[in-house]
Design a protein around this ligand. Structure first.
Ligand code: AHM
Ligand code: MG
Length: 320
């Protein structure tokens, strides 16, 4: 049976990445090795999360796991983690050409009640291997070579883009392998869901408030959108990617830069959205054009279906 043949011809994430890399003649497999180490970190954290450890422990453990996995790949030179105040400069003897920015366990305030949480990562190439400075990770998101997240939920799902579309892999626990289950993910052009912390509405600016009002009370005869908000970015973005719609963490009077971090939250998710045919906007510009000046910088973010992001862009443009 053709179907059976398909089921036994598994496209693992390793096989997928190796296939993609062989398209580049100059590739020496460094990227595949780096990714294998990231995948190992994801498997480790997935198993720890499933054992039900407490938040505090899991936060620290996940960071340790990823820092060690990345350094031991021998392919990294600078690491930026949400958990560490300063960037880590890899010992010259273990250095490689990639810079990795990551949030080892995002949404960790949700752990103790069992809501999905995840790891988010982005990968840059060092500009000049002889001059490893912090500027290598203060590059706009559009310079990322790859980005992805791993969601620890009812199943463990890894979504990855190496700049050539978006693919989703599900961990098969019996094999210990991520198998391609969602090839070439495209976000619906327009969605029926909006996702925001409406508890902040009192402090929103005009365009954000107008946008959400339109979601609830559309004046063009269309149906109101549904609200879905988990409060765990990986889960909210994952749903947005698969079902369409918009996810926003806007600026407000108290937090003029929003809440989410540019390097390891906003950029990787924006990269994936664009690669899936959606858009990501900061309220001022295309998110991936932003040039960060600090590693833990924050930015407002609106991302999701192409048409839905167009609407918020129009509202901000009308304000100027
Ligand atoms: P964290 O890094 O402290 O976990 O915060 C990031 C999380 C995101 O996962 C989520 O999108 C956001 O915070 C939710 O914030 P809020 O609780 O203000 O709605
Ligand atoms: Mg976070």
């Amino acid at each position: 049976h053709a179907a059976d043949a398909h089921r036994t011809d598994l496209m693992t994430i390793t096989r997928h990445v190796l296939n993609e890399q062989t398209k580049h003649a100059e590739s020496r497999g460094d990227f595949s090795i780096l990714l294998n180490h990231i995948v190992l970190g994801c498997k480790f954290v997935c198993s720890a999360v499933n054992k039900g450890e407490e938040q505090k422990k899991l936060d620290v453990l996940s960071n340790e796991v990823f820092v060690k996995a990345l350094i031991s790949s021998g392919r990294t030179c600078i690491l930026v983690s949400e958990e560490d105040v300063e960037a880590t400069f890899v010992d010259p003897a273990l250095r490689g050409k990639y810079c990795v920015v990551f949030d080892p366990l995002d949404g960790s305030s949700n752990i103790d009640c069992g809501v999905s949480i995840g790891t988010i990562f982005g990968i840059y190439m060092v500009k000049d291997a002889n001059e490893v400075t912090i500027n290598n990770v203060l590059q706009p998101g559009k310079n990322m070579l790859a980005a992805g997240y791993c969601m620890y939920g009812s199943s463990c799902t890894l979504v990855l883009s190496t700049g050539n579309g978006v693919n989703g892999f599900t961990l098969d626990p019996s094999l210990g392998e991520f198998i391609l289950t969602h090839p070439n993910i495209k976000i619906p052009k327009k969605g029926k869901i909006y996702s925001a912390n409406e508890g902040n509405a009192k402090n929103w600016d005009g365009p954000t408030a107008k946008f959400i009002e339109k979601c609830k009370f559309p004046k063009d005869g269309s149906s109101p959108k549904s609200l879905r908000y988990i409060g765990s970015m990986v889960a909210d973005v994952h749903r947005t990617l698969l079902y369409g719609g918009i996810f926003l963490y806007p600026a407000d009077k108290k937090s003029p830069n929003g809440k989410l971090r540019v390097l390891y939250e906003v950029f990787p998710m924006s990269f994936l959205m664009e690669q899936a045919g959606g858009q990501a906007f900061t309220g001022k510009q295309r998110a991936l054009d932003l040039v960060p000046t600090k590693i833990h910088q924050r930015s407002p973010i609106f991302l999701g279906s192409y048409d839905d992001v167009e609407e918020i862009k129009a509202l901000y443009a009308a304000e100027e």
